[in-house]
Design a protein around this ligand. Structure first.
Ligand SMILES: [Zn+2]
Length: 250
């Protein structure tokens, strides 16, 4: 590998660029790992479950309403017939005693039938009442979840806006630094960033590569000491671009 050359100032600027890029990566990481993301996902799952329960509760309520309407419409002709029969008995308009006796029997039968139908209707009404109450609870829960979600989303958006602002500032810094670094060094750095988890250039500090944290061995140290100032060094351990500073200990 032929060594790239770049004057010392440009090499130091590369450390500044690395610091800005690390800050940008950190901001991006914070953007993706905001605690609100997980909380919002959990609340949305809850909200979806409650919505499904609500659909089921609506179905139960409307089925029971239909049942109640049916019970009421079943009762109507029986009640009318009872009224009619009672009126005819009271009027004395039934001609013969046999027919009158049959009608009195029917009145008893109709009263019993009405009682049975009313009992059935009452049972449906009780079921409808508790189904309506259950649905009301779900509606309340939906409202609560919506409120919580809106608040969380507001806080998330606030955080995102702050992070975006900070990232905008960092990108402006980057745009100011990048032009002062020679293209070849920048290209090497970009490649190194990609293959080294975001850290392409590291300071040689106290004889240690701050990229991989390993101490430079004696032989490499001698080679680094002997290298020209404008020679771009690479860490022998991690192959990151290694930048010499006053703290390098050379
Ligand atoms: Zn290293």
């Amino acid at each position: 590998m032929r060594a790239i050359k770049a004057d010392q100032a440009a090499q130091l600027r590369l450390l500044d660029l690395q610091s800005v890029d690390s800050a940008l990566a950190q901001l991006d990481h914070r953007r993706r790992t905001l605690p609100q993301h997980a909380e919002i996902a959990r609340l949305r799952a809850d909200r979806a479950a409650v919505a499904a329960d609500l659909v089921a509760a609506d179905t139960i309520v409307s089925d029971l309403e239909r049942e109640q309407a049916k019970a009421e419409s079943d009762l109507e002709p029986v009640r009318e017939r009872l009224i009619r029969n009672r009126k005819r008995i009271a009027d004395g308009t039934v001609p013969d005693p046999k027919a009158l006796s049959a009608m009195v029997d029917e009145v008893e039968h109709l009263k019993k039938r009405i009682g049975d139908l009313e009992d059935a209707e009452l049972e449906v009404m009780e079921q409808l009442e508790s189904a309506t109450a259950a649905r009301a609870l779900l509606l309340t829960r939906t409202g609560e979840l919506d409120t919580q979600l809106a608040e969380l989303e507001r806080r998330r958006d606030q955080q995102l806006a702050q992070l975006d602002n900070a990232a905008g500032d960092k990108r402006a810094e980057r745009d100011a630094i990048a032009p002062s670094i020679p293209a070849a060094l920048l290209a090497l750095y970009d490649k190194s960033v990609l293959s080294h988890g975001g850290v392409g250039a590291a300071e040689l500090r106290q004889r240690r590569c701050t990229g991989c944290q390993l101490e430079v061995n004696a032989a490499d140290l001698r080679a680094f000491k002997a290298a020209a100032e404008d020679e771009v060094l690479r860490c022998e351990e991690c192959s990151r671009i290694l930048i010499r500073t006053a703290q390098s200990g050379l």
